[in-house]
Design a binder for this molecule. Structure first.
Ligand SMILES: [Fe+2]
Ligand SMILES: [Fe+2]
Length: 193
């Protein structure tokens, strides 16, 4: 069948070219989705996303704790809201972890040092209103931080930027929800609108 791999008397077998292509592809497999035209420093991107992952995980833990620990009159609706947010933060953590993996990194879920890797805090609120305030502060930190990251990724890494934009939109909703809860429970906003 070798004659089928020869063209116009060219003695160079067609298969050689396929082999070259495959070898080249194999060389790049280790780089996963990172092609030579990736314009960011991939190590820096992974490092940034590890911090985002930690931020999201701390938010999962804080909202989950609040969803369980919130007590007092009219806390049921608030508990449900906290639980919904915990679930959404978990979704964000998974998205970010998948992106780290795509870029060739290993998502850092290590509980050791989690709080120091995170931009937001776990907190220590005891009353319902303090819990709402802590969550509002954490959301505002995330919103500000993610806005900066979106500017950083710009057109250099559109996939990561799109992911961060989707997450940012949800964090803005979260901040708004916490703001509304605070007004409902305290009658006034913590921060002027
Ligand atoms: Fe989130
Ligand atoms: Fe959030």
């Amino acid at each position: 069948m070798e004659s089928e791999h020869r063209q116009n008397g060219n003695t160079k077998p067609f298969l050689t070219d396929v082999k070259t292509l495959r070898d080249r592809a194999r060389q790049h497999i280790a780089e996963g989705s990172v092609t030579p035209n990736y314009e960011c420093d991939v190590h820096k991107t992974i490092e940034i996303l590890q911090a985002v992952l930690a931020t999201e995980l701390v938010c999962v833990l804080r909202y989950t704790m609040h969803a369980v620990a919130a007590a007092g009159i009219s806390s049921e609706g608030v508990k449900a809201e906290f639980a919904t947010h915990a679930k959404e933060e978990q979704g964000h953590a998974m998205e970010v972890a998948e992106r780290i993996n795509q870029l060739g990194g290993r998502p850092d879920f290590n509980p050791q040092g989690l709080a120091t890797r995170s931009a937001s805090e776990y907190g220590n609120a005891e009353t319902l209103v303090d819990m709402i305030k802590e969550n509002l502060i954490a959301e505002r930190i995330a919103v500000e931080h993610y806005r900066e990251l979106i500017r950083y990724f710009g057109n250099k890494d559109p996939s990561t930027r799109h992911m961060m934009e989707r997450i940012l939109a949800v964090e803005e909703e979260h901040a708004n929800d916490m703001h509304d809860l605070l007004v409902a429970h305290e009658g006034r906003p913590m921060l002027p609108r």
